[in-house]
Design a binder for this molecule. Structure first.
Ligand code: PLP
Length: 443
């Protein structure tokens, strides 16, 4: 069962065929089948003797995988899609085959070296010092949680609250709940941004500022793409001795885009920040880059000790497991490393800029259409718009129609309690024409 025998040779060919075909043609998003439909088509697959790899792969290729809205479809313009490069996807398969365990230097020094070069590139985009560092973890939720655990244990000194915007990602409230802390919610302005002035006011009105130990800013917010005013927030963080964390899980990719870079001014002053390469850095799921200005503070908090673990440490080795809430970890930074090494950072800059060009053109379409209102000018690549006179049911029907016709996958959202249209540009091939088709269907 575990040898690479003749059966495995055949299976490898079948799997390579699947991968090749899948990468040649991206399937369109489809309306999900019911569980009963899937049971009828797939039957029982887990049996005492197995159904054989050929049949299992056939079921996966023909029934299970197509029952999906693929992350890499240019027609995915809802939630936060992704657009992994072919290089990153193929190399992800190589990473699985290589069976690396880069929790500690002794186990996978080479992989850790390449991951660290990738982290250094991200840190340099943000303007962090060369002494900054961190690790890759599975996603933005785990990255935010790991940073906030570090902030609580390394900086809180008994304080139990964290300031964040009313537009902060839901993982911040979840993380605070897990670590037993409470939010101080700062109202975002009409552009969806938290400012230093609003933070200062919230702290003053609160009257109990002595209990706040950190501030979490977004760059950009998932619902709106808005980037908080990081420089003025950093000023308040300095004044009030707050740990400054920036959640750039979605928007951090735009650090490499010159046309958007100045909106991030102030990010160089963070204590910690995250970017998810599986969002807009063209990497596959699941991957979050977690960076600390002073990684030794995270090390002091996250390092696990056990008799069997302590003996694996080597002098001068860097052990990524020590910087987040994980132990065993996949080499999930490597697909991004490989893609960056293959294409070069200029290609990343150009791909992000292409997306920003599309969203600017789409915003112009909304501004020019008398039945629409642009809710706010886009900071990044999310567009929120109002179809005048529409209620939630009409937006939901619009979304279902577009999915059923294979046009594009969009979902409405809310802005200040009102249901609005939302379209996310993230795949460089999500075109202005696709956006126009979605707008034309707002009837
Ligand atoms: C701004 C932001 N932070 C955090 C997250 C959570 O990331 P993940 O889904 O990778 O856990 C997301 C996900 O969309 C996000 O957009």
């Amino acid at each position: 069962m575990f040898d690479f025998d003749r059966d495995a040779e055949l299976l490898a060919e079948q799997c390579f065929d699947f991968i090749r075909n899948r990468l040649r043609k991206r399937p369109d998003p489809v309306t999900p089948p019911t569980a009963a439909e899937l049971t009828r088509k797939v039957g029982i697959t887990i049996t005492p003797n197995g159904i054989g790899s050929t049949r299992a792969l056939e079921l996966f290729a023909d029934v299970l995988a197509p029952a999906a809205i693929p992350l890499d479809s240019p027609k995915h313009a809802a939630l936060i899609p992704g657009a992994p490069t072919v290089a990153a996807i193929l190399f992800d398969a190589c990473v699985s085959a290589a069976s690396l365990v880069p929790e500690a230097w002794i186990e996978a020094a080479g992989a850790i070296h390449a991951e660290n070069e990738t982290l250094s590139w991200i840190a340099s985009l943000a303007g962090l010092p060369k002494t900054s560092g961190g690790c890759f973890i599975n996603g933005g939720t785990a990255g935010n949680l790991s940073a906030l655990v570090t902030a609580r244990d390394a900086h809180a000194n008994g304080r139990r609250r964290v300031a964040c915007s009313s537009e902060a990602h839901s993982s911040i409230a979840k993380s605070l709940h897990i670590i037993g802390c409470d939010p101080l919610v700062v109202p975002a302005d009409e552009h969806g941004r938290m400012t230093g002035a609003a933070l200062r006011t919230a702290l003053a009105v609160d009257g109990d500022t002595a209990t706040v130990f950190a501030v979490v800013a977004s760059a950009g917010a998932t619902n709106t793409g808005a980037i908080d005013d990081l420089a003025s927030i950093a000023d308040v963080a300095d004044e009030c001795d707050l740990w400054f964390h920036v959640d750039a899980a979605y928007g951090g990719a735009a650090l490499c885009a010159p046309s958007a870079r100045n909106r991030f001014n102030g990010i160089e002053r963070v204590d910690s920040f995250i970017v998810d390469p599986h969002k807009w850095l063209f990497g596959p799921l699941d991957c979050c880059a977690l960076l600390y200005r002073e990684p030794q503070r995270a090390f002091a908090v996250h390092r696990q000790s056990a008799s069997y673990l302590d003996t694996m440490r080597v002098a001068d080795g860097f052990d990524p497991t020590d910087y987040a809430i994980h132990l065993t970890r996949r080499a999930r930074g490597l697909p991004l490393w490989f893609s960056l090494a293959t294409h070069g950072t200029d290609a990343y800059r150009d791909a992000v800029e292409a997306v920003l060009d599309n969203v600017r053109a789409a915003a112009a379409i909304v501004r020019a259409d008398p039945k629409l209102d642009l809710i706010m000018e886009p900071d990044l690549s999310v567009l929120l718009f109002r179809r005048r006179g529409w209620e939630e049911a009409e937006y939901l029907a619009w979304s279902a129609r577009l999915l059923a016709s294979g046009t594009v996958f969009v979902l409405p959202s809310k802005w200040r309690g009102e249901t609005v249209g939302r379209f996310v540009f993230l795949h460089p091939q999500t075109s202005v024409e696709m956006f126009q088709q979605a707008i034309d269907a707002l009837v």
